[in-house]
Write a protein that binds this ligand. Sequence first.
Ligand code: GDD
Ligand code: MN
Length: 384
Amino acid sequence: MKPIVSIILPTYNESENLPIAAERISQSLSDFKHEIIVVDDDSPDHTWQVAENLKRRIPQLKVVRRLSGKGLSSAVLTGMGIAEGDLFVVMDSDLQHDEQILPEMIRSLNDRGNDLCLGTRYTKGGSTGKWSLVRVLVSRFGNTLARWILRQDVSDPMSGYFGIKKDLYSEVKNNINPRGFKILLEFLARGSKDLKVEEIPYTFRTRIHGETKLDNSVLRNFLVALLDIRYGKWISPTFLLYALVGATGIIVNLGGFLVGEFLGFPDLNTGISYAGTISGSVLLGIELSVLSNFLFNNYFTFYERRFQSWNAAKGFLIFHSVSLFSLVLQLGCYQFLTKVVFSNDSHSLSISVKLLCDFLSIGASLISNYFLNSNLTWTKATRK
Ligand code: GDD
Ligand code: MN
């Protein structure tokens, strides 16, 4: 007989946790016909083997061992792809998600007609358990941002514990970005109609065995996922991060200039007679902003392709050359626009036309800069 509910358990190095988790889940669901699907990414600790052995005790267990392809979201999608129930529940296999609320989740989807139900850590009755302050802040910040961008009023859109109707999954599965950690966001955002969502509170438990697979890029990746969901149709989310970093560069640039002025930086001789001297403070501002832009782009915008340790010096050199090129390009564009395109022999150009020319030149340099940096500086090959 077909199961009512399919529990999807992504695992990576959870050999100690999985047997306990699977046992607890099947106990909690003893009144419901269910299956448990373990999707393991060929864990070095042989979680897949442990799962295979568990089948003897828990016959409703299915195991997928993926040899190629990695990642939480895509593992979840793989599990859903073979699930036979009309309802799916995704949960951590590390005992952090409380299996006691599973029956309530099923009632939420089946009896109360919700499309999605979220195990949530924040509504009344829920709690994050013992979390470090940083983790609480990151999670809260992410949630606030998500609510703002998704325009869905849920208290915990980063939750990895949720139930979903198969119908909703079938409707959106082809529009989903399978990368990363944020599969729930995709379901919340890509559905065509207004979703009925319910939240069910629980207390997030502290991990006992194994370690978390979240690294410190999680917030950055989350931001990318949100930008992709909201603006991805029009513009690359990496470009948006890049532009954001560029904006911070302006502030650093101004700050560097002020410091230079305050310290009385001298003007520098260019050695070119018609160019005369240039302001040392301006130069300091530029250098500092190139450096800060490099660092932010390396550890934020292009995090996945970042230069590590001493390689960063090499990356900085390439980045610096690209920046110089773009500076020359911007100057050249401005000259071309003012002297050729908008040139007017009888009058000098009005300030608004000059401003337009400058704006267009900045745009050209930003785009060329982005293109060169994403293809030359941070290529996949330079990683590590
Ligand atoms: N197959 C597979 N492949 N499973 C994975 C992978 C992967 O690449 N990465 C992680 N997992 C499994 C883990 O084994 C665990 O069962 C579950 O996915 C969640 O990973 P954790 O490492 O336990 O994440 P967490 O507990 O720190 O993060 C929690 O909070 C996040 C943000 O709020 C989880 O609830 C996440 O699901 C949630 O997104
Ligand atoms: Mn976990």
